[in-house]
Ligand binder design. Structure first.
Ligand code: ADP
Ligand code: ADP
Ligand code: MG
Length: 667
């Protein structure tokens, strides 16, 4: 085994690798850019090497800097994590030339699988079922149309070098190919510097199911069953689980056998993933691509098999023979993972950047009222800055239970207790998905999010149970604060008993509520019935946890200039708690006027202006693109919210902008 390795990555996956190394007694060194100097991964590693400015192209992607860091720290091997240099054959080759071990597969395997066209040809030869389509490059748009007509619509146009959901388009007709083919080429050229494109059949009701494989340098290869990752937004995974609700034992065996056959065909000698698209209708499945690295969602496999994949990667990279045999493996229970993204689900999932004022993830292991266990994989701490330079994924939340329902129930309970403030996060969105009966039934496809949220995510209205939870929590919190204020001021002596009568205004609705406080157990009258609330909450905590009528719950709240913002599942609602007198007054107040921002186009986050698509004097229609701002590797198209004529353009391509900076003004 190695005595010291270098981690050529950052954040969550850096921390993940360090945890295993510590357990194995392997020392770690990690590289970091200026933006990550104070990061958790850097704090946890035994050593850290500074490699330059925040943009990845000037730090994490510069091979010379990584190799210098290996030399400087005396590391014997490099773990590339995912993203960055993890699937770069040139990097793997350079390490090999320098006699530094690469904790990943051999160069030949990366090359053979690195590109979607060659890997598809390779897979077909190895007896793996591939998506029907054209096995080769397509140069001209006319040719693309002819090929698509031949395959039959719908078809998928794909960049051979594509990844991370970029460089992919579905076309339902020849017209859409005419438009989509050049678009994919341009996007591929832009994102990957490689405009080779191919076309295959679009599998309807597609489900993304992938097989985890593990190989060594002695010709052994095994699979660790499947993961289903059909819950995707713009081809990017959001929720993953293992096993898949679709597969029966027979299909599982067939898929696993094909994945192992492909791994053996490329002498695969590390952890890798063979991705398939499966048809929800008949369970037929087709090879998509092989990812020659550790996968973001690898923890769900670890939870159901008990195998530490990072440990296995280290062992096989150091030359050990695989100690696990196929027949040693079995599926234990069910695991579900949510990717926690720094993005604002209520504003079209725009990247969200800023300081983590509060970051209190749920505790690992058992939590109150949930049947399963929780695993937290995170790369951040309270107080950290989420910058515009990298991927928006800040953590992963994994839960395990005996059944799928138990894993999901535990996921819900853990998300309810996952407190993030200072930036926006996608927790309300994923919590809403878990609440949906269709998700629970396992009837999912990669179009799930598009089907269920056709107009985006606008939050959820509280149902009856949630109204009770929210009103009771708000009244309890505010009642406690106001009683404490009376005690502390000491002006009234003796201190009066806590007030019992309150009006909770949730959004616009008024709810008269009565609280009879008693230590640990409070009686609540709401809407004509009486409930009991038990809680250990103390002022200062922004997570309000307890039981109502014996049922555990947790809500999150933060202070607003007026009242509180309460959050539960997909609900985010303003709560104002008043005495009956002031509630009556409040009802008479005119609604505060919102400032008119409709004539301004402001940057929704700090970022880099990629293009401005309008000029002064131009008439712009509602919904048309005004400019493009890039942050967190995403290009965000900023659109006009109403028709208008451009009065001023304050920024140009290449400018950096702050959040809320006014970029374009209308007459
Ligand atoms: P998975 O491991 O499930 O395939 P992703 O496809 O999201 O997950 O990719 C893993 C990580 O690598 C993510 O952080 C993603 O942003 C990044 N990534 C994947 N492919 C690329 C690419 N071609 N260019 C840049 N980043 C990529
Ligand atoms: P990436 O490198 O971006 O991960 P993939 O080829 O793995 O690209 O495809 C990304 C997603 O697009 C898959 O998870 C799958 O949901 C969908 N997809 C890809 N090819 C097809 C296809 N032929 N039919 C239906 N869906 C597909
Ligand atoms: Mg993929």
């Amino acid at each position: 085994m190695f005595s010291k390795i270098l981690i050529a990555n950052r954040s969550e996956i850096g921390v993940r690798i360090i945890k295993t190394c510590r357990r194995l007694g392997v020392k770690t060194a990690i590289v970091y850019s200026e933006a990550d100097a104070d990061s958790l991964a850097v704090e946890m590693a035994d050593e850290a090497v500074f490699i330059g400015p925040p943009p990845a192209s000037e730090s994490y992607l510069v091979m010379d800097k990584i190799i210098d860091a290996v030399r400087q720290t005396g590391s014997e091997a490099v773990h590339p994590g995912f993203g960055f240099l993890s699937e770069n054959p040139v990097f793997a080759k350079r390490l090999a030339d320098e006699k530094i071990a690469f904790i990943g597969p051999n160069v030949h395997a990366i090359e053979a699988m690195g590109d979607k066209i060659t890997s598809k040809e390779f897979a077909a030869k190895a007896g793996v079922s591939t998506v029907p389509g054209h096995m080769g490059l397509i140069e001209e748009t006319e040719e693309a149309v002819k090929i698509s007509d031949g395959i039959g619509y719908p078809v998928m146009i794909k960049a051979s070098a594509g990844g991370g959901g970029k460089g992919i388009r579905v076309a339902y007709s020849a017209e859409e190919v005419l438009e989509g083919f050049p678009a994919v080429r341009a996007e591929a050229k832009n994102a990957f510097g490689d405009d080779r494109v191919f076309i295959e059949k679009f599998i309807e009701s597609p489900r993304h199911i992938e097989i985890q494989v593990l190989g060594d340098k002695h010709g052994n290869a095994i699979h660790l069953f499947e993961r289903e990752c059909s819950i995707q937004r713009r081809n990017q995974k959001v929720i993953e689980e293992a096993p898949s609700p679709l597969l029966d034992e027979d299909t599982r065996q067939k898929m696993g056998a094909q994945a192992v056959a492909l791994s053996k065909a490329v002498n695969y000698d590390s952890a890798g993933t063979v991705e398939f698209v499966a048809s929800g209708a008949d369970k037929s499945f087709y090879f998509l691509e092989m990812n020659t690295r550790l996968q973001v969602e690898h923890p769900v496999t670890e939870m159901i098999t008990g195998v530490d994949l990072v440990e296995q990667m280290l062992r096989v990279a150091s030359g050990e023979e695989l100690a696990i045999k196929q027949e040693d493996l079995s599926i234990n229970g069910w695991a579900v993972e949510s990717r926690v993204y720094a993005e604002d689900p209520y504003r079209n999932f725009l990247p969200s950047i800023g300081r983590l004022k509060r970051f209190q993830p749920p505790s690992e292991g058992k939590i109150d009222g949930a049947p399963g266990t929780v695993r937290m994989d995170s790369g951040v701490r309270e107080g950290d800055e989420i910058s515009m330079f990298y991927d928006p994924m800040i953590a992963k939340l994994v839960t395990h239970g005996e059944t799928r329902d138990a894993a999901i129930d535990t996921q819900q309970a853990a998300l309810d207790r996952y407190l993030i403030d200072g930036i926006q996060d996608n927790i309300p969105f994923v919590a809403t998905v878990y609440d949906q009966a269709r998700f629970r039934s396992g009837n999912i496809t990669t179009a799930y999010i598009k089907d269920e949220f056709p107009d985006g995510f606008a939050g959820v209205e509280p149902d009856e149970d949630q109204t009770l939870i929210l009103a009771a929590s708000a009244a309890y919190v505010h009642g406690t604060f106001s009683h404490r204020a009376a005690q502390i001021s000491g002006r009234m002596s003796p201190v009066p008993a806590p007030r019992e009568d309150w009006i909770v205004i949730l959004g616009k609705e008024h709810f008269p509520i009565k609280l009879r406080f008693a230590s640990g157990r409070t009686e609540i009258d709401l809407n004509g019935s009486t409930h009991t609330l038990e809680t250990d909450w103390v002022p200062g905590e922004h997570l309000f946890e307890g039981k109502i009528d014996g049922n555990p719950f947790a809500v999150k709240f933060s202070d607003r200039t007026e009242g509180y913002l309460f959050r539960h599942r997909g609900v985010a609602i303003r709560a104002l708690v008043c005495t009956p007198q002031s509630a009556a007054l409040h009802a008479k107040l005119p609604e505060k006027e919102q400032a008119d921002l409709s004539k301004l186009i402001m940057s929704p986050m700090p970022g880099l202006v990629v293009s401005v698509d309008v000029e002064v004097g131009q008439e712009v229609k509602s919904g048309s693109a005004v400019c493009v701002v890039e942050a967190m590797k995403m290009q965000n198209i900023i659109r006009a919210e109403a028709d208008g004529v451009v009065k001023a353009v304050n920024v140009g391509a290449g400018d950096s902008v702050a959040a809320d900076e006014i970029m374009v003004e209308f007459e």
